[in-house]
Design a protein around this ligand. Structure first.
Ligand code: ZN
Length: 71
């Protein structure tokens, strides 16, 4: 069985891995912010849950700027 795209450990096709869920709202309707980590450069950033499957790294792969993850 494949994992849901918001479960910790899920990796999308762009090598972005789900680290954890936060308590912070996302910037899209009814979304929560999740922390993703780029498996290629180690950058961590926030993403709407609904965007995880298609997210690209904002640090090295031209993805959109990540959401705040509180630090
Ligand atoms: Zn990266």
């Amino acid at each position: 069985m494949s994992k849901g795209t918001t479960e910790p450990g899920y990796r999308n096709r762009n090598e972005q891995v789900v680290v954890r869920k936060t308590d912070l709202p996302g910037n899209d309707h009814n979304q929560i912010t999740y922390v993703l980590r780029c498996d290629e450069c180690g950058h961590e950033y926030g993403s709407n849950g609904s965007d995880i499957f298609q997210r690209r790294c904002p640090a090295h792969d031209g993805g959109a700027t990540g959401l705040s993850i509180g630090d």
